[in-house]
Design a protein around this ligand. Structure first.
Ligand code: GAR
Length: 211
């Protein structure tokens, strides 16, 4: 039996991640420090020993590994159903992909229409896909950054909520550039969720308005 969080009208977030969870931590910290008026009802991961689950447990947030097998890069079929079911059990309104390394397919999109947001480590529409900071560096761009966007049926193509820019510096390596982008991700994600929590966001086609 799952205990739903008492949310007193606050935005109820479910976080999905596959990795170290620094962006999930940024959300937890923003809520704890009252910079974000929302609550995280659960953290789900497709990687059993992902540190994001440990971070959630330390923050007192329900954390679950849910296998996404047999697929390697997408969430579909029975696995997708298990994720949707868990998110519903926890009363999640908005699903946040914080380093969730799988493509979201139709079933999940239909279960949470316009209510799934993704964090991407590039200034979309440039450099969708994997290791975008590396792609940016190899391309030779002079600015990079991150994007928070709604998820649609494409890969990193949905309407953009918010972006942050960082410079690409002489001597940057993939690791130094990614670290600089991540600093801004930790600002961008709570800020974007703040707009959703304040119910200020309206989507018209591709355009996201913040009233
Ligand atoms: C973040 O940099 C996020 O932008 C990226 O994974 C990292 C997760 O870090 N996501 C993608 O590349 C999605 N295509 P975290 O686990 O420390 O939050």
């Amino acid at each position: 039996m799952i205990r739903r969080m008492s949310n007193r009208g606050r935005l109820v977030i479910g976080v999905l991640g596959s990795g170290k969870g620094s962006n999930a931590q940024a959300i937890f910290d923003a809520i704890r420090e009252k910079r974000l008026d929302a609550c995280v009802a659960c953290v789900l991961s497709d990687v059993e020993d992902a540190f994001i689950l440990e971070r959630a447990r330390r923050a007192g947030i329900p954390a679950r590994f849910i296998s996404a097998a047999p697929f390697r890069t997408k969430l579909e079929g029975e696995a997708e159903r298990r994720y949707v079911e868990a998110l519903r059990e926890y009363g999640v309104e908005v699903v946040v992909l914080a380093g969730f390394m799988r493509i979201i397919k139709r079933g999940m999109l239909a279960a949470f229409p316009h209510r799934i947001v993704n964090l991407h480590p590039a200034l979309l529409p440039a450099f969708p896909g994997m290791e975008s900071w590396k792609q940016a560096l190899e391309y030779g761009v002079k600015v990079a950054g991150c994007t928070v966007h709604f998820v649609d049926a494409g890969t990193d193509t949905g309407p953009i909520l918010l972006q942050k820019v960082v410079p690409v510096l002489e001597g940057d390596t993939p690791a130094t550039l990614h670290a600089r982008i991540q600093e801004q991700e930790h600002v961008a994600l709570p800020e974007a969720l703040g707009l959703l929590a304040a119910r200020r966001v309206r989507v018209e086609g591709r355009i996201v308005h913040c009233d």
